[in-house]
Design a binder for this molecule. Structure first.
Ligand code: NAP
Length: 161
């Protein structure tokens, strides 16, 4: 199973100045629950924001200028190589950004796990529009608060035989 996991604002923004442009206590709970024990693919800037491989997960870092290799992290030079080493046919694999990696992953993903943040924000990194790519909403959970958000899951529509 290959899943894209991302939090996006109403204007599809995901990042600003190398950081996530909002702080919502608890909003990343689902990311931790779903990815723990599994494989996470991410680009170099997303990795730099976190600063180290995530604990209790296998990280596949995509970069041609930086590398981190240890028991829980491997560096590869392309998204295709990231798919080869993470093997989503046998493993639960999550694509965790940023924008270019998401764009490449959209053609392969079985599932989009999106936190829709109910604000518009200024930013410099955006998630691609995915209308018309064959995904349908299968679940939605709403959370109220100073900045409300929804946990939404989309699955790729089965193709008719
Ligand atoms: N809201 C969210 O859920 C979310 C999730 C993730 C990230 N973010 C935000 O997004 C921003 C970072 O995203 P970003 O798009 O700027 O950067 P990014 O994708 O994290 O990193 C870009 C770098 O990754 C490597 N890379 C990406 N695609 C590659 C490919 N196909 N082949 C080889 N290398 C590849 C390259 O590294 P080299 O230059 O080293 O070769 C590239 O410069 C931050 O602001 C972060 O906070 C938000």
């Amino acid at each position: 199973m290959l899943s894209i996991i991302v939090a996006i604002s109403k204007n599809y923004c995901i990042g600003n100045g190398g950081k996530i442009p909002w702080k919502i206590p608890g909003e990343q709970r689902r990311f931790k629950e779903l990815t723990t024990g599994n494989t996470v693919i991410m680009g170099r800037r997303t990795f730099a924001e976190i600063g180290r491989p995530l604990p209790n997960r296998r990280t596949v870092l995509v970069s041609n200028t930086y590398s981190w290799n240890d028991a829980n992290c491997v560096t590869v030079s392309s998204f295709e190589e990231a798919l080869r080493v993470s093997d989503p046919l046998r493993n639960e694999v999550f694509v965790a950004g940023g924008a270019g990696i998401y764009r490449e992953a959209l053609q392969y993903a079985d599932r989009l796990i999106i936190t829709h943040i109910d604000i518009e924000v200024d930013g410099d990194v955006f998630f691609p529009h995915f209308d018309g790519l064959g995904f349908e909403e299968v679940s939605r959970e709403h959370f109220d608060g100073e900045i409300p958000y929804d946990y939404v899951t989309y699955e790729r529509r089965k193709r008719c035989e």
